[in-house]
Design a protein around this ligand. Structure first.
Ligand code: ZN
Length: 179
């Protein structure tokens, strides 16, 4: 059992991130945000979440598309799929969870042996291309990308909706948590 005390940053980070989003949300509701407002938003986000994560999230928004799945007659339930070609990640809006390698390794900090049984436990594991500072992260580029898409409506033509029968919806919903 890991007895490390909970870090103060981890307690307050979600609140601070929410605050930054809420601030911009209020401004967006009234008028189109100015360049300065947007710059300040991305700066604040980078300070909290790391420049690399924010930069990669913006790159992701350029190339990924979004499908919002709703269950027929129950449209308060929603699963969002971010996809590019055959690669996809399914998320629940407002839930900080993703099945991607980055989230599992650097957000949840799951042991390498559990995630990748083929890699010997003695071997230090790292995801290719990420800086060392990103290896302790609050969220991944997919979760952040979805929040940004919803907030900034950056890519309206990249978003589509599908209504599914309950059984189909359930299948997609459950796949989020399956191994
Ligand atoms: Zn992810």
């Amino acid at each position: 059992m890991d007895n490390q005390p909970e870090k103060i940053t981890n307690c307050f980070l979600p609140q601070l991130v929410d605050q930054i989003f809420d601030n911009l949300q209020r401004k967006v509701a009234i008028t189109t945000p100015t360049k300065e407002t947007r710059s300040q938003f991305f700066y604040d986000l980078s300070v909290l979440l790391g420049e690399e994560l924010v930069r990669r999230t913006l790159q992701l928004l350029d190339v990924y598309r979004f499908t919002y799945y709703y269950a027929k007659h129950r449209q308060n339930q929603c699963v969002v799929e971010l996809y590019k070609g055959t690669e996809y990640f399914r998320l629940l809006p407002k839930i900080n969870y993703c099945k991607c390698d980055f989230f599992q390794s650097y957000v949840l900090q799951l042991p390498t042996g559990l995630l990748y049984p083929d890699i010997p436990t003695s071997q230090e594991f790292e995801l290719a291309g990420w800086n060392e500072v990103s290896r302790q992260s609050y969220t991944c580029q997919h979760v952040l990308g979805l929040r940004l898409q919803q907030l900034l409506k950056l890519s309206d033509q990249k978003v589509n909706e599908k209504i599914l029968y309950p059984a189909e919806f359930r299948e997609i919903y459950l796949s989020i948590f399956e191994d």
